[in-house]
Design a protein around this ligand. Structure first.
Ligand SMILES: C[S@@+](CC[C@H](N)C(=O)[O-])C[C@H]1O[C@@H](n2cnc3c(N)ncnc32)[C@H](O)[C@@H]1O
Length: 332
């Protein structure tokens, strides 16, 4: 009973404070997803937090909040930690002792590294669980296509007729989600994550109404993603300015649904769906006539104002020629 009161007091709130203090009030096994994107100890310029600690100090602090995340996560839940490989190898070593390793997701955030060889250009997301009863749903991403001619980049060889209309099941390498590049989509925060990155993790490992907790909320990305997908959230952030930004964004956040299924969308495109939802949502899309057409024709939402790029030019029934890519696609 007492446990329930504590959780109810925190749910759907952004709490300003030190995550270790707040998490210590949360009962064992009570949260469905814990996701952390901590400061990387890379001298980033936060509003308040000082991001430059001795390595031992940083790692010992990280062990404290990692332990708390594992303690409060339910046996059916999932634990995700986003960071650079330099720190994740330490985190993994520690987490292996108290939780069960599932995956190291590589997020190639499509930066443009300039200046030196082997400049870090990907992030890792450690994915751990606490028992074999963890929730998990197969997730699909859109087909990767040529930016100019829209032709599918993956070579399916002789298995083209097995292609899924929406796109393939995800591997552990994610290359279709960019860091936030445009200033107008950014808050005043040095390392804000894209909402659809969080939406993907949430769709994969939780159900409607589940609780998602982020101990380093920043300007609210995880809470916004959770609310868009009909989940509850607990956001903790030490900096009052970031807390205010999060609260303001949450006020305008609406659910993202197609035919009663939660989906992840960005700029009028659906980026991630659950495999099991496809049957229910497919009639919301304009689908290519045949699998052969799918090779060069994107699926689009039927109420979408965006016209499929291939319709901009008349298509010769038998041969589609794209000047930019010097590509000829025979439709026979
Ligand atoms: C990498 S950022 C998280 C960004 C976030 N994922 C987003 O998309 O906006 C880390 C955040 O942790 C906050 N922070 C640092 N120490 C903290 C602590 N002890 N408790 C709670 N938040 C803390 C910082 O103020 C910073 O906003």
């Amino acid at each position: 009973m007492q446990d329930k009161i504590i959780i109810n007091e925190l749910v759907n709130k952004v709490i300003q404070g030190d995550c270790l203090k707040i998490m210590s009030q949360i009962p064992d096994n009570s949260i469905d997803i814990t996701f952390a994107d901590p400061p990387f100890n890379l001298k980033k310029k936060y509003n308040n937090y000082y991001d430059e600690r001795e390595v031992e100090v940083y790692l010992s602090w990280c062990k404290n909040w990692l332990s708390e995340m594992v303690r409060i996560t339910k046996p059916t839940g999932s634990i995700f930690v986003h960071n650079i490989p330099k720190w994740l190898i330490y985190f993994g070593n520690f987490l292996n002792e108290i939780a069960i390793f599932r995956h190291w997701i590589v997020w190639d955030a499509m930066g443009s590294p300039l200046g030196r060889t082997l400049l870090p250009n990907h992030y890792g997301i450690l994915y751990y669980v606490k028992s074999d009863k963890f929730k998990f749903y197969d997730i699909r991403m859109l087909h990767k296509r040529c930016r100019n001619c829209k032709y599918i980049l993956q070579d399916y060889g002789g298995k083209k007729n097995q292609m899924h209309h929406f796109g393939p099941l995800l591997s552990d390498v994610w290359t279709d989600i960019h860091r936030i590049r445009h200033k107008k989509r950014r808050d005043e925060h040095p390392c804000q994550l894209p909402i659809h990155l969080l939406e993907r993790l949430i769709l994969m490992s939780s159900d409607e109404g589940d609780i998602v907790l982020d101990p380093f909320l920043g300007t609210g990305t995880t809470a916004v993603a959770a609310k868009k997908l009909g989940r509850r959230f607990i956001g903790i952030e030490i900096d009052p300015k970031y807390v205010e930004i999060s609260k303001a964004k949450l006020q305008h956040t609406k659910p993202s649904l197609i035919n009663e299924c939660y989906v992840s969308n960005f700029l009028n495109k659906i980026l991630t769906i659950r495999d099991k939802d496809w049957e229910k949502i497919q009639n919301a899309f304009i689908l290519p006539k045949t699998i052969k057409h799918l090779e060069f024709q994107e699926i689009v939402l039927s109420n979408n104002k965006i016209t499929p790029s291939h319709n901009k030019k008349p298509i010769n029934d038998k041969l589609l020629r794209n000047e930019n890519c010097q590509l000829e696609i025979n439709l026979e």
